[in-house]
Design a protein around this ligand. Structure first.
Ligand SMILES: O=C(O)CCC(=O)C(=O)O
Ligand SMILES: [Fe+2]
Length: 358
């Protein structure tokens, strides 16, 4: 059989490989991609004018009508798209630029520096490498992307090179936690939960945060390869910024859409644990990263979740309202580590937690 013909033929998990794509992409003789990268999938995306834009500053607007409208837009964005572009969020542009630059510097380190973070176990707090996926026909397909990931909260870990990375990631994680809590407070209000309910139930004081930077070098055959195939993220909300090179696509009504974002905005997607916690009101959005021929793309992602030891299931008041829970609860960190360890065969974690109709 040819390489994967559709993403539905893939097992849900991305396996970490301990090699880097960057060196291969930079080889001057590379005219086409090696066959193990061939992912015969249609990577085209459509354009939509209706991808939601959320103006964060309106959340604290003294005008109650403006705030109410913002809450309504946020609810609609979470319900219908599972995705929105956050503007006026208050994180300085210089800081956004410096985390992209520092992440790029990481990928430019000699391979031996990055090889220190080759994944040995799913619970390693820092991992770096590239990745592959297995098709249901048992074909391994390499992804056109290198990555580094580290757990940054409640315990802070970060590669020690480049030196500047540590301070910037630390500052970012703090600022993102404050954004996260304000957004979740608004989401709680939209879900009709009491003030403070989400904070307490998910123990947000010690919420889990994972920093990830993705490096997609130019690819000689971009329509034959893939950066990251269709997947959903663990956690509540994922925040993503990038270096201005397009590549993130989201699925909406069964179709793929390109995302484009104004400079200095943050792309936010609802993730698996918000789907579980909201008892299915908000869906974890499927997304993927496509590659291109011209320019290196960098994305910097923060996955924001519940506390590692929080047991996440559907919120009690919502289960009461709905008459039943649609998902089984699971300890947050177990969910993350199962996802990272590829032990679920062909079926996503989220699927495994869904309670089928009796
Ligand atoms: O690079 C991107 O735009 C997507 C990254 C992503 O989905 C992830 O790291 O989970
Ligand atoms: Fe993702």
């Amino acid at each position: 059989m040819a390489a994967a013909t559709a993403s539905t033929e893939l097992s849900s998990n991305i396996i970490t490989d301990n090699s880097f794509v960057k060196g291969l992409a930079e080889s001057s003789t590379l005219q086409s991609i090696p066959s193990q990268f061939t992912f015969a999938n249609d990577s085209r995306g459509s354009h939509s004018d209706s991808i939601p834009i959320i103006d964060f500053s309106l959340l604290t607007s003294p005008d109650p009508d403006q705030r109410a409208k913002l809450l309504q837009d946020l609810d609609k964005a979470c319900r219908e798209w599972g995705f929105f572009v956050l503007v006026n969020h208050g994180i300085p542009e210089t800081l956004m630029k410096s985390i992209i630059d520092a992440s790029l510097e990481y990928f430019e380190l000699p391979e031996e520096d990055k090889e220190r973070y080759k994944a040995k176990s799913p619970s390693d707090p820092i991992k770096s490498g590239s990745g592959s996926v297995i098709t249901t026909a048992n074909h391994k397909i390499h992804l056109w992307r290198d990555f580094v990931k580290s757990y940054v909260h409640p315990e802070f870990h970060c590669p020690d090179k480049p030196q500047i990375l540590r301070d910037i990631v630390y500052e970012f994680s703090e600022k993102y936690r404050s954004l996260l809590r304000k957004l979740l407070q608004a989401i709680g209000e939209n879900l009709g939960l009491e003030e403070g309910y989400i904070d307490e139930a998910l123990k947000l004081d010690s919420c889990f945060q994972l920093y990830a930077a993705n490096f997609y070098p130019p690819c000689p055959q971009p329509d034959q390869a893939i950066g990251i195939p269709a997947h959903t993220d663990h956690g509540l909300l994922t925040f993503l910024i990038h270096n201005g090179v397009a590549g993130l696509q989201i699925q909406h009504d069964g179709k793929w859409f390109n995302t484009n974002s104004p400079q200095n905005s943050i792309l936010v997607n609802t993730a698996d644990h918000l789907e579980i916690f909201s008892n299915g009101r908000y869906k974890s959005v499927k997304h993927r990263a496509v590659v291109n021929k011209q320019a290196t793309r960098i994305s910097v992602v923060m996955a924001n979740g519940a506390a590692p030891d929080a047991i996440v299931g559907p919120a009690g008041p919502l289960v009461e309202r709905d008459g039943r829970a649609l998902y089984r609860p699971m300890k947050f960190i177990e969910y993350v580590e199962t996802m990272l360890s590829n032990t679920v065969d062909g079926k996503g974690n989220l699927e495994c937690l869904k309670i089928q109709d009796q």
